[in-house]
Design a protein around this ligand. Structure first.
Ligand SMILES: [Zn+2]
Length: 392
C-alpha cells in the first residue's frame, strides 16, 4: 500500500471535488490553477473500446424495471421517456439506425449526425434555462441508458465481463442516516463513479440517487427533506461564501435519546440527511446553486447548512492510489463523514465505523476491478484523464 506521506501533494492535488476542499490542512498548499486538470486515469477512452449498441425500432422504450435496475426507486422520468420517443421517431424518419458506440451513451454514425442537428435545434428553441437544463439532463440520461443496455452490469455499472457485484459485501447503514447522491448526468453510469457504491453497500433507501435536472428525482429528494425538516439536512460541500461547520460543530449537540427509546420513530421523518454532490468540480458549483435555490424556496433561508470534513489527509492513508482517483471523492467523503461521526460520543454506539469500513472495502473492490480491466485492455494505469466539461 502506498502511504500518503510518500506522495505528498501530488495526489491530493489529483483529486476532484470535493475531497480536496474538505482537507483543510492541504487546501491552501494546492496549486489552485490546476487541481482539476491533473487527475489520474479515468476510464474515458471510448476510442479504444469496441462496443456498439444498436437499438432497433420500437425497442428503445425504457421500462420501469429497466430504469430501477440502474439504482433508483423513482418512476421513469417523463422527459427521459420523451427523449427516447423522439429518438425512435427520428429513426423512423431518417435512413439511419440508432447506434451507440464507445462509452457513456454516445451516438455514432449517420444517426448521430441527424440527431445532433435535431437536439441542438430543440435546445435552442427552449425558452428558459430551467427547460434547457431539464432537456440536457434527460437527453444525457436517455442516451446513457440506451447506450449501456446489455453492455454494463446494471448494479455496478461495469462491463458485464468486469462485474464486481459478487465481491461486494453489503452492510446496513444506521437507520437514522440517509445519504443523497446528487449526481450530474455525466457521472451517471460511469464505470469509475464511486457514488453508486453507497447504494450498492447500504441499499437504495439508505443511499438514494438524485439526478441533477431530473424533476422526478429532485422532487423525491426534496419531499423527503421536507418531511425530515430543515434541521436534519446538510450538504457536504465547502461553501466558499458562507462559513462551513465541522462535523463536530454540526453534530455533537444532537441527541437521539428520543428515537432510541422509540425505535418506531426511526423512519424517514427522523433521518439525518446528508447530500453528497457527485460531479466534477466544474459542474459542482451549478449543482450546489440549484440545491441552495430550492432550499431557499422551501425554507426561506439563504444558506443551506454545509459540512466540511477534516479527515481528508488521514483518510488517504487507507485508500490505495489506483486509476480513477478523481472519482473517489464521493465515497471517500461518505467514509470521512461516517468516521468523524463515529468519533463523537453521541454517535459512537451506532456502528458507523463498521459502516465506513464496509464502504472502504467496496472502494477497494471497485479499484481492483478497474485496474484489472485496464491491464486486461493493455492500458496504462497512470494515463492522464481527458476532460471535456462542455455541455453538448
Ligand atoms: Zn455488477
Amino acid at each position: 500500500m502506498l502511504i500518503f506521506a510518500t506522495r505528498p501533494l501530488s495526489f491530493i492535488s489529483s483529486f476532484h471535488f470535493p475531497l480536496q476542499q474538505f482537507c483543510n490542512n492541504t487546501v491552501t498548499s494546492m496549486d489552485s490553477s490546476k487541481p482539476f486538470s491533473t487527475t489520474m486515469a479515468a476510464d474515458h477512452s471510448s476510442s479504444r473500446e469496441s462496443h456498439k449498441v444498436v437499438v432497433s425500432n420500437g425497442e428503445a422504450a425504457i421500462s420501469l424495471e429497466e430504469w430501477r435496475g440502474w439504482g433508483t426507486t423513482s418512476t421513469v422520468p417523463s422527459m427521459v421517456t420523451q427523449v427516447v420517443e423522439d429518438l425512435n421517431m427520428l429513426e423512423k424518419n431518417v435512413d439511419a439506425q440508432m447506434v451507440f458506440g464507445g462509452n457513456h451513451g454516445k451516438l455514432s454514425g449517420d444517426f448521430k449526425v441527424q440527431e445532433d442537428k435535431k437536439h441542438r435545434a430543440k435546445y435552442q428553441s427552449l425558452g428558459d434555462s430551467e427547460q434547457k437544463l431539464q432537456f440536457f439532463s434527460a437527453r444525457q440520461i436517455a442516451c446513457r441508458v440506451l447506450g449501456s443496455r446489455g453492455y454494463l452490469c446494471q448494479k455496478c455499472w461495469l462491463c458485464s465481463g468486469d462485474c464486481m457485484c459478487s465481491k461486494l459485501i453489503t452492510c446496513p447503514l444506521w437507520n437514522r442516516m440517509r445519504f443523497w447522491l446528487y449526481m450530474h448526468p455525466k457521472d451517471f453510469l460511469r464505470q469509475n463513479n464511486t457514488g453508486k457504491l453507497l447504494w450498492q453497500v447500504f441499499g437504495v433507501h439508505a443511499a438514494s440517487l438524485c439526478l441533477y435536472g431530473i424533476t422526478e428525482h429532485e422532487d423525491m429528494m426534496w419531499d423527503a427533506l421536507k418531511l425530515a425538516g430543515k434541521d436534519k439536512v446538510w450538504c457536504l460541500y465547502p461553501n466558499k461564501n458562507a462559513p462551513t461547520n465541522s462535523v463536530k460543530d454540526s453534530m455533537a449537540g444532537l441527541s437521539f435519546a428520543n428515537v432510541e427509546n422509540h425505535p418506531e420513530m426511526a423512519d424517514v421523518a427522523h433521518s439525518l440527511n446528508f447530500i453528497l454532490i457527485d460531479g466534477t468540480w466544474s459542474n459542482s458549483g451549478a449543482m450546489f446553486s440549484r440545491l441552495k435555490d430550492r432550499y431557499k424556496v422551501m425554507w426561506g433561508e439563504e444558506e443551506i447548512p454545509c459540512i466540511t470534513l477534516n479527515t481528508g489527509a488521514s483518510l488517504m492513508h487507507k485508500l490505495r492510489p489506483q486509476p480513477s482517483w478523481d472519482r473517489t471523492c464521493t465515497a471517500a467523503a461518505a467514509i470521512g463523514l461516517l468516521d468523524e461521526l463515529h468519533d463523537l460520543p453521541n454517535f459512537v454506539s451506532h456502528g458507523l465505523d463498521n459502516q465506513a469500513k464496509a464502504l472502504e472495502d467496496a472502494v477497494e473492490v471497485l479499484f481492483e476491478a478497474l485496474t484489472t480491466r485496464r491491464l486486461r485492455m493493455g492500458r496504462s494505469i497512470t494515463r492522464k484523464e481527458r476532460h471535456n466539461h462542455d455541455i453538448f
